[in-house]
Design a protein around this ligand. Structure first.
Ligand code: ZN
Length: 94
C-alpha cells in the first residue's frame, strides 16, 4: 500500500508561496534584497520551522513574505517546489 501511494501522481491544490521557501533560498532572496534574517545558519532557520504556536508560525510566515519583494523572488520558489520539495514531483493547482 505504501509504494502504491508513493507512486500515485500528486497535486498540491492550495499552497502559500511563503511556505515553499527553503532556508537556502530564503537566505539568497534576503541577501539580494539587502535584508538581514535573524539566523546564523540554514540549520538554525530550519529549526524555526518547527512551530509550537501561532505567533511562532506567523513570525516565519511574515519573514517569508518580507523576502519576496521582486518578481524574481516570486518565481523562484515555485520552480523549486515543483520537483524539489519531496521525493514525488508535485504540480501546483494554483
Ligand atoms: Zn491558505
Amino acid at each position: 500500500m505504501q509504494s502504491f501511494i508513493e507512486g500515485m501522481p500528486k497535486a498540491e491544490l492550495h499552497l502559500h508561496l511563503e511556505g515553499t521557501l527553503e532556508p537556502e533560498l530564503k537566505f539568497d532572496l534576503a541577501a539580494s534584497n539587502g535584508l538581514d534574517l535573524p539566523y546564523g545558519s540554514v540549520e538554525e532557520m530550519r529549526a524555526a520551522y518547527n512551530f509550537d504556536d501561532l505567533p511562532s508560525f506567523l513570525a516565519v510566515y511574515y519573514e517569508g513574505m518580507s523576502v519576496l519583494l521582486r518578481e524574481e523572488g516570486r518565481r523562484r520558489p515555485k520552480r523549486r517546489w515543483d520537483c524539489g520539495a519531496s521525493s514525488s514531483c508535485v504540480s501546483s493547482g494554483t
